[in-house]
Design a protein around this ligand. Structure first.
Ligand code: FAD
Length: 434
């Protein structure tokens, strides 16, 4: 069975049982450990890029769960500290910071030089794609390392109009869909999104793929927050603070995905989760050779740690190649209009990544950035066959940020699929108990 992109609205949807078994039994146990290794644990990111998408007040997430704590130099493995590339032994001296360089990711509402350069090159080599995301200058002082384990993705309380506005901008302005107008004053005021899966009918393949990967990402985020939901104060302790627990919330999951509650939309959204998983899985299997040729140095300065990380990554990449139902990107961008469509596809994806800078919950922004960058990197891999095979004069390259986001983003999807198993078991228990 091959994952066919066939012209059906449910394209690429064959055998869920095989996919879940493959993920839950083989991929998840490996990738969930891999992202705990130092190389993948510390993500370098510019958390404070300006929001150029909305005018005026963009709101503020008041919940303390929204906060993110960046790493200080001492928290980092020695090889990741400023200027320490290639240092193997722990460094006890104070590290002198590099003189800041100008960041190339200055977007200011217009395309960065990198993007323009890339689009120009793409015009010349019509069947090649390089960047779906703005690339940050990794030596810029605007970037900070974040420990992803210390700042896990989970329920933060970011919701309502602030969050809807982001999703609405992503879908209606960038996902090639137009069915946005709500039916109530509140909906028309730009809050809720009114779009159903059946609106995909009649859309061309590439636009449908775009919508489905974004929707799959949305499903994944909402599955995580349902799986790690904040149960507020359980009992007041002596110091006046309540106990906080993050646990699975079945009611929250059902509200979003139960087919009866959502009139079938939830099921379609879950299918989109499998869809984006297959796309990223395919990208990893294609990137395997690039990684295996030693193009990516997994360096943290701790030799044993780095050897183990390399071993696990190789194992994961080998595994991805064994999956029997791969996504077939080869049928995309094949017809006579594909040149313009490709360009639009990249431009819209870049817009989506920039809208994330307007998310006012820091934790959501961090994981939103990481997962969209990971998805952008997967798309770059899928549509850069020529460069990866050395058949183009523009060489293929992945920087550390892209590698870290690619693996972490895939790990998030893998965990989402794994948690569906847990929610199913909870539903069964509830039924059995009455
Ligand atoms: P929303 O999820 O806000 O959805 C808005 C509308 O989009 C819905 O009414 C529905 O019509 C449509 N919709 C919903 N799901 C899909 C789908 N899969 N496909 C297509 N359409 C859909 N909250 C946290 O607690 N923790 C986080 O880490 C977190 N990260 C976020 C990251 C980003 C980038 C954004 C924009 C939001 C994040 N949120 C997070 C907020 C969360 O996604 C929801 O917006 C919030 O929980 C409110 O949910 P809701 O039920 O009102 O609908």
């Amino acid at each position: 069975c091959f994952c066919q992109l066939s012209g059906q609205i449910d394209d690429c949807f064959c055998d869920i049982e095989t996919l879940e078994k493959f993920n839950n039994e083989q991929v998840f146990p490996l990738v969930s450990q891999l992202v705990k290794r130092d190389f993948f644990r510390y993500y370098k990111v510019n958390m404070f890029k300006p929001c150029n998408y909305f005018d005026g007040d963009i709101g503020f997430c008041e919940s303390e769960s929204c906060g993110v704590k960046p790493c200080s130099e001492e928290d980092l493995p020695v090889g990741l500290r400023n200027g320490n590339f290639n240092k193997h032994t722990p460094d006890t001296e104070d590290v002198e910071c590099n003189k800041p360089k100008k960041s190339i990711s200055d977007i200011n509402g217009t395309l960065s030089n990198v993007t323009i350069d890339f689009l120009d090159r793409w015009d010349k080599h019509d069947d090649t794609v390089h960047q779906f995301c703005d690339i940050d200058d990794e030596s810029s002082i605007e970037l900070q390392y974040i420990d992803l384990i210390a700042n896990p993705e989970r329920y933060t309380g970011y919701k309502g109009p602030m969050a809807w506005r982001i999703w609405r901008a992503i879908y209606e302005e960038n996902c090639f869909i137009s069915g946005g107008g709500g039916t109530t004053a509140e909906e028309n005021d730009g809050k809720r999104l009114k779009f159903s899966h059946s609106d995909l009918q009649g859309m061309c393949l590439e636009k449908r793929v775009f919508y489905r990967v974004i929707s799959g990402l949305h499903t994944s985020i909402n599955t995580h927050l349902s799986a790690k939901y904040l149960f507020e104060v359980i009992h007041i302790q002596i110091d006046g603070w309540g106990e906080r627990r993050w646990e699975a919330n079945l009611a929250e999951f059902q509200r979003r995905f139960d087919k009866d509650v959502t009139k079938g939309e939830g099921t379609a959204r879950l299918k989109n989760l499998y869809f984006i998983y297959l796309l990223e899985l395919r990208a990893l299997s294609k990137a395997a050779e690039y990684f295996n040729r030693g193009n990516v140095v997994l360096f943290t300065g701790r030799d044993k740690e780095d050897v183990k990380t390399k071993e696990m990554l190789t194992q994961l990449l080998d595994l991805t190649k064994k999956f029997p139902m791969h996504f077939d990107e080869g049928v995309m961008f094949q017809d006579k209009n594909s040149r313009g469509l490709k360009r639009e596809f990249v431009q819209r994806f870049l817009n989506v990544t920039r809208i994330i800078d307007c998310v006012t919950c820091e934790k959501c922004r961090l994981w939103g950035k990481l997962q969209t960058q990971g998805l952008g990197t997967a798309l770059k891999v899928l549509f850069s066959a020529k460069e990866m095979n050395g058949k183009s004069d523009s060489p293929f390259q992945l920087i550390r940020q892209e590698v870290v986001s690619l693996i972490n983003a895939f790990a998030r999807l893998s965990e989402s699929i794994k948690s569906l198993e847990m929610f199913r078991a909870m539903i069964k228990d509830t039924r059995n108990n009455g």
